[in-house]
Design a protein around this ligand. Structure first.
Ligand code: 13P
Ligand code: SF4
Length: 305
């Protein structure tokens, strides 16, 4: 990836300033390529949670979407967590509310509640345990309960159900529009156009799409799958930014992708990051009681790893 002189100057300025302020920049794999250049750590949701939990930095500047920055704030109550845009949301996370989940729990009183991290802090606080796309199967297997409420992603819930058939997964009917819009017919066309390419798919995709994939994994997991697979070409079924990330990690292989963008993930730009770092604003705040409850659900997840 090449950058123009303005971008290069911004990258240098941000990298200097973050050191001076003892700040760490955490970036999700879907961020713009220029954001990778100022990140101390790039990863999937689970890796970012772990990085946020471990850091000694005074300030965490999060380049991702809100639920990720909230997670960093829950895991670091004594640190300042800042983001360029407080309104960078996640459409799937917005499909479930704490009130809705409370009602759902009443209908299934024996079920344990597993909550995908793509959810608000309020919703996490209603869960018994959290999971990410890379550990959802392990998390569900670790529970003694036979019935599991799984929120908010119905596609990830279906994927888990197939891996853990001895449990009854009760899904919330949420989905990610970026992944759910990919149909079986679309994938059939892809396979015709790219006959040599192996298919890498995120478990937020529809079940019928996952059935046709060669590898199913979290965003960072895709790097390992593509590295281990002898194939030279891959078609990537997830948000389009992942193709950039894969090309950066494995320049000797070819990655094809789609134009399906998560606009909230792409809000962050270098000027916005610089402004956020200079002003140390806006700060991500989570209500203390909510953070305490959600923190317990995080702790249970970390014990499973
Ligand atoms: P990962 O945890 O696999 O990075 O997924 C996060 C996400 O938002 C996928 O759309
Ligand atoms: Fe949410 Fe989908 Fe965007 Fe991921 S890609 S942050 S699940 S809207």
């Amino acid at each position: 990836m090449t950058f123009d002189s303005e971008q290069k100057a911004l990258i240098t300025k941000i990298n200097k300033l973050k050191k001076a302020k003892n700040a760490i920049i955490l970036a999700h794999n879907y961020q713009r390529p220029e954001i990778y250049e100022i990140a101390d750590f790039i990863g999937d949701s689970l890796e970012l949670c772990k990085a946020a939990e471990k850091t000694n930095a005074k300030i965490i500047l999060f380049c991702g979407v809100n639920f990720m920055a909230e997670s960093a704030a829950i895991l670091n109550p004594d640190k300042k967590v800042i983001v360029p845009y407080l309104d960078a949301g996640c459409a799937m996370a917005d499909m479930v509310t704490a009130r809705g989940l409370k009602e759902f729990k009443k209908k299934h009183p024996k079920a344990a509640v597993v909550c995908y991290v793509n959810s608000s802090a309020d919703v996490k606080a209603e869960a018994d345990i959290l999971c990410t796309s890379s550990n959802a199967v392990r998390v569900v297997k670790s529970l003694k309960e036979k019935e599991i409420i799984f929120v908010p992603d119905k596609n990830l819930a279906d994927y888990v159900q197939k891996q853990v058939p001895n449990k009854k997964i009760i899904p919330w009917e949420g989905f990610c529009p970026v992944h759910h819009s990919l149909t079986k017919e679309y994938l059939m066309d892809v396979k015709k156009s790219y006959p040599k390419a192996k298919i890498l798919a995120h478990p937020e995709c529809r079940p019928e799409v996952l059935k046709m994939a060669d590898h199913i994994s979290s965003t960072s997991g895709m790097i390992g799958c593509a590295r281990a697979d002898k194939a030279k070409e891959f078609f990537v079924l997830t948000e389009c930014g992942m193709t950039e990330r894969l090309m950066r990690e494995l320049p000797d292989k070819k990655f094809y992708g789609l134009c399906n963008m998560c606009f909230d993930m792409k809000k962050n730009t270098l000027p916005a990051v610089l402004d956020c770092l200079q002003t140390e604003k806006p700060v991500v705040r989570v209500d203390k009681k909510v953070a305490l409850k959600a923190g317990k659900a995080f702790d249970r997840m970390f014990k499973v790893l």
